[in-house]
Design a binder for this molecule. Structure first.
Ligand code: 5AD
Ligand code: SF4
Length: 484
């Protein structure tokens, strides 16, 4: 399928819809005598978070404000994920909960977008069981959300707008309301060509298409000027980034690293088949690229990797890991692992445990295999019984928790620079942040370093040195020794 480049002309229609909606919501606000609010509920990965920031940006340019209470906003958007079944179950549960609010308020708007809308049976279910959902649209068309919203308001009955066109939009033409004042999410490419046999993403997000280097660097320069400290370069498979001029990811990463102002540059995800020594060398030699590599393993068995259509073997994978550990000795390595892929034997699973031990991952996202309709693996024979999957999953978790704890323990006694992310969710007065290697740190501020009049939240986005005092399974505790 051809990739469609959306130009300024194409966005005129979007802008006229934006204007119309601004007027509509301003009238609604006058008649209700209060602000009109929105809430965007995001499931899934950072690319979805990034799409949600665009939805929020467009809603704010319609004059809406983000809802922060515990009731329901006037416009509620569910930005969904289809990677595993449990995210779908959560959406349907939440649509059920919102039903009475929607029925009691004729002006309320409920919309569903994201990867789930690309699975036909989900859209059928919304049509049949949730007719009060006003709008359903696919993730390729985020930039046209105002057009759909306007059309659905005119129509006064459910509007479903799904197509599988592979759009690429200049992101500078879409308003973005960034969630964190210090961290900017910057997609560098969209879609995936890999068709891992378990994965729905290539069906939901279309073929790989990369933004142009100049466009990305311009966005980064503006972000640095605006004071963002951290930037995350995002893509399903960033290492296969390729601009129309043939520029590849190492060149983009170097250009991003040369921009003055960012303390941290992160990128994810990497595919083991595409990560190169060159990228690891750039990480090793740069002072602002995070020393953290996310390298999804999926399975430790070559046989299962073949069935998954993952074109690397464990020997290749370990070579990359050893090179990373050698070149970036203070770095950290994280991974994704699927347990219970069809045909996985006890022997295959033990190989996964062996590889996990050898790599000593600093952290891991572990998943139980979830059959996705339309993927090859869902049709494979020898699906693994649930009790076998949960038993194996438990063993993997025990091993990985132990490795994560050891990785945290190795930090104790050291002092490192932390980018402050805000308050700890469990204890006010305790700040939370991350090291360059992406370790999560909770720490106190001695009275002598407190800035008068500042609340814990105001420290968000600042850099400081923290001395690490003790380790927990998922975090490290410490005390600030210097505020920068
Ligand atoms: N079942 C379980 N886990 C999956 N993932 C992707 N598809 C599935 C599935 N069908 C996991 C992979 C991927 C991560 C984002 O989600 O580990 O790397
Ligand atoms: Fe899914 Fe594989 Fe593409 Fe990752 S690389 S998004 S797991 S198909």
């Amino acid at each position: 399928m051809a990739i469609i480049k959306v130009g300024k002309e194409d966005l005129k229609n979007r802008d006229s819809a934006l204007n119309e909606l601004r007027e509509y919501f301003s009238g609604l606000s006058a008649s209700k005598g209060r602000e009109i609010t929105y809430s965007v509920r995001t499931y899934g990965c950072q690319l979805n978070e990034s799409d949600s920031e665009k939805l929020c940006g467009m809603l704010e340019s319609m004059g809406l404000t983000e809802y922060e209470g515990d009731k329901t906003a006037d416009v509620v958007i569910f930005n969904t994920c289809a990677v595993r079944e449990n995210a779908e179950d959560r959406l349907f549960g939440n649509l059920g909960i919102i039903k009475s609010d929607r029925k009691n308020d004729k002006d309320m708007i409920v919309a569903v977008c994201g990867c789930m809308t690309m699975v036909e049976k989900n859209v059928d279910k919304i049509r049949k069981s949730f007719p009060y959902v006003d709008l359903v649209f696919d993730p390729q068309h985020i930039h046209l959300f105002p057009v759909y919203l306007r059309d659905s308001l005119r129509r006064k009955k459910q509007l479903v707008n799904i197509s599988a066109d592979d759009y690429i939009v200049d992101d500078s033409l879409v308003p973005i309301a960034r969630k964190r004042k210090f961290r900017a999410l910057v997609p560098i490419m969209y879609g995936c060509n890999n068709f891992c046999t378990y994965c729905i993403v290539p069906y939901a997000r279309g073929r790989e298409r990369s933004r142009e280097v100049g466009e990305i660097i311009e966005e980064l320069e503006i972000l640095a000027y605006q004071g963002y400290k951290e930037v995350m370069l995002l893509g399903q498979n960033v290492n296969s980034y390729k601009s129309s001029e043939g520029d590849r990811f190492p060149a983009l990463l170097k250009a991003a690293s040369a921009i003055k102002g960012f303390s941290r540059i992160r990128f994810m995800s990497s595919h083991p088949k595409d990560i190169s020594d060159e990228i690891i060398e750039i990480m090793a030699s740069s002072s602002n690229i995070e020393t953290h590599l996310h390298l999804p393993l999926q399975s430790g068995s070559d046989r299962i990797l073949k069935l998954m259509n993952r074109p690397y073997d464990i020997t290749d994978y370990l070579k990359t890991v050893h090179y990373f550990r050698k070149m970036v000795p203070d770095g950290s390595l994280s991974t994704d692992i699927i347990v219970g892929f069809p045909g996985e034997t006890e022997d295959d699973f033990k190989r996964t445990l062996d590889v996990v031990s050898e790599c000593a991952f600093d952290s891991a996202f572990t998943f139980q295999y979830s059959p996705r309709p339309g993927t090859k693996a869902a049709l494979m024979e020898d699906q693994i019984p649930h009790d076998v999957v949960t038993e194996r999953f438990g063993r993997l978790l025990d091993l990985q928790n132990n490795l994560a704890y050891k990785s945290n323990l190795a930090k104790v006694g050291k002092t490192e620079e932390i980018l402050i992310e805000g308050m700890s969710s469990t204890a006010p007065d305790i700040l939370t942040g991350r090291t360059m290697s992406n370790h999560l740190i909770n720490f106190t501020i001695p009275d002598s370093l407190k800035i008068e009049g500042k609340s814990a939240d105001d420290y968000e986005g600042m850099l400081c040195d923290v001395k690490f005092t003790s380790a927990r399974p998922y975090s490290v505790d410490g005390e600030m020794v210097k505020l920068k």
